[in-house]
Write a protein that binds this ligand. Structure first.
Ligand code: SF4
Length: 186
């Protein structure tokens, strides 16, 4: 994991290392058992932008070298764009869209994905107010009867309030849990 002077670092306490160094140690521990999959849950949250970029580059190198699969859990679309091949978008504890990364950015199929992408500020555009999704996510112990996103969805219609949509095939490799994609209509 490119830790400088590992023979002395091995005896160091965590408070004697930088945040980036601690992250590398965590990564080293994770890959030391030669796993086939690494679950990286918000792996760069505490890092500044420069260290984050270095750490992600390091993870990518390790992934290629070891033939690892890495499952990123993140809310950062920059990481998704740079690191991922396939994306699963989750809402209210459920996958609502699954797609190859480029397809997701080019043609999001679920209204929640569309709204999330709209929420990313465009630094080239001057706006009075940034976009945000109205409403709040539902409590997981009291999910709405139909589609969980319906109370916040601009495309919601009567059927959405009654039945939770299954996953529909939208394009090769892309699926979305939204009644808009039900080819049988109804
Ligand atoms: S099923 Fe209906 S409410 Fe749910 S995301 Fe699709 S259009 Fe919106």
């Amino acid at each position: 994991m490119r830790i400088p002077a590992p023979e002395t670092r091995i005896d160091a306490f965590p408070h004697e290392m930088s945040g980036g160094m601690r992250q590398r140690v965590g990564g080293a521990i994770a890959v030391s058992g030669t796993p086939t999959i690494l679950i990286a849950d918000e792996p760069t949250t505490a890092l500044d932008a420069t260290v984050q970029a270095q750490y992600l580059s390091l993870l990518r190198d390790v992934q290629r070298r070891e033939g690892l699969a890495i499952l990123f859990v993140t809310h950062d679309f920059g990481i998704v764009a740079n690191m991922c091949d396939r994306v699963a978008v989750m809402y209210a504890g459920r996958i609502v869209e699954l797609a190859p990364v480029q397809q997701l950015f080019d043609s999001p199929a679920h209204p929640y994905t569309e709204a999330l992408l709209r929420s990313v500020p465009d630094l080239d555009v001057d706006v009075e107010r940034l976009y945000s999704i109205d409403g709040q996510p539902p409590a997981l112990h009291a999910l709405p009867k139909g589609c969980s996103f319906a109370p916040r969805c601009v495309d919601a219609h009567a059927r959405c309030m009654e039945r939770a949509p299954p996953m529909f095939e939208v394009a090769p490799g892309q699926r979305a849990a939204c009644w808009k994609h039900d080819k049988n209509g109804g």
